[in-house]
Design a protein around this ligand. Structure first.
Ligand SMILES: Nc1ncnc2c1ncn2[C@@H]1O[C@H](COP(=O)(O)OP(=O)(O)OP(=O)(O)O)[C@@H](O)[C@H]1O
Ligand SMILES: [Mg+2]
Length: 340
């Protein structure tokens, strides 16, 4: 799943692909499907290089986990890991947030403040949801990433930092570049190495191990002894398209543990807990109608998203929560599926 933009010598894998990836820094990545083994190999290969990595994948596939895994398996692992959430980065805040400011630089700047670049010195800075930043912010970011030096707002001396750069997005950035929404030069700067995490519906072999992991986690958290899913409930999980990927599966396991009436989770528990019955494809299975996979997935997504919206009076914030995806992803799905 790795695509190198420039030839790069493989470094020794920091770990072997295994059933469970336990890394320093409490990073647990579960799943032993060939697709995830590919991701583990990628992490092992790039971790110890200083390469900039762009992590791509749908919402909830584990991009955050992979970024942390790269950092904690690198020689920078005991230095800071600083995450910048680009969805909360309006132009007006960008400079002070990233580069910091000097005392008195503007009204309210009572004390000197270090920016995220400075805080990440010798460690890693992770730009999450990089696809969301405006074009003018992209220009400022490009300069800082290229030069790795900047001035604090109101400062007179240039600060130079040693940081490793990671970025993640659930957008198809190549497409955004074509559409003029994302700068090509910034894209190439970030996309030195590309790690793609496939959606859960393309690696359903991982569901069993993920469910076991989340059941153990939430049994422990809620002091319950739920043993697992009944065969019928398991069938529902396996037939579902998981538009919210692993995050949605985790949310479902959490709710199911809270709502389960016995030690085994049955389909009724899933229906009750989520207020959104997980729809099995088996009743009128479109895959048996020889439809293209893309259309089957889009149909299922449409059904599930529409139901969540209708049941929540079209409140997108609540619907996004129920679906286990972020609001922005829900907005783009609504647009993409023509649900407005
Ligand atoms: N392979 C995995 N093993 C264990 N937990 C996982 C795995 N993938 C995702 N998760 C869990 O699912 C949730 C979502 O993961 P994460 O935040 O890394 O996804 P993301 O791709 O960054 O999503 P978004 O695009 O919405 O930010 C987290 O609670 C994470 O711990
Ligand atoms: Mg994320």
């Amino acid at each position: 799943m790795i695509r190198r933009a420039s030839a790069q010598k493989d470094t020794v894998a920091a770990f072997q692909p295994g059933e469970k990836l336990q890394i320093k820094g409490q990073v647990n990545i579960i799943g032993n499907s060939p697709a995830m083994q590919g991701v583990y190999k990628d992490i092992g290969r790039v971790a110890d290089s200083n390469a900039t990595v762009l992590i791509q994948g749908e919402s909830g596939t584990g991009k955050d986990l992979v970024a942390r895994a790269i950092h904690f398996n690198s020689c920078r692992g005991n230095k800071p890991f600083i995450k910048v959430n680009c969805t909360n980065l309006p132009d007006s805040l960008l400079e002070s947030e990233l580069f910091g400011y000097e005392k008195g630089a503007f009204t309210g700047a009572g004390n000197q403040k270090k920016g995220k670049f400075e805080l990440a010195h010798q460690g890693t800075i992770f730009f999450d949801e990089i696809g969301e930043i405006s074009l003018s912010t992209q220009a400022k970011l490009l300069r800082a990433i290229q030069e790795k030096e900047f001035d604090r707002v109101g400062g007179t001396s240039t600060i130079k930092v040693d940081v490793r750069i990671l970025a993640a997005t659930n957008r198809k950035l190549e497409q955004s570049v074509k559409e003029g929404e994302f700068r090509g030069d910034l894209f190439f700067r970030l996309n030195v190495v590309n790690i793609y995490i496939p959606p859960l519906r393309e690696r359903k072999e991982d569901i069993e191990a993920l469910v076991a992991f989340f059941l153990a986690k939430y049994n422990n958290e809620f002091n319950r002894q739920v043993k697992g899913f009944s065969p019928e409930a398991t069938k529902l999980l396996m037939n579902y398209a998981w538009p919210g990927n692993v995050r949605e599966l985790e949310n479902l396991c959490e709710r199911a543990i809270i709502m389960a009436r016995g030690n085994i989770i049955v389909p009724e528990d899933l229906e009750l807990s989520s207020g959104n019955k997980i729809q099995s494809l088996s009743s009128s299975n479109p895959s048996e109608q020889n439809l293209p996979l893309k259309q089957i997935v889009a149909d299922v997504e449409r059904q599930v998203i529409l139901k969540a919206l209708e049941e929540n009076n079209w409140c997108r914030t609540t619907a996004a929560k129920v679906l286990g995806i972020n609001r922005r992803s829900l907005y783009s799905k609504i647009k993409e599926l023509g649900l407005e």
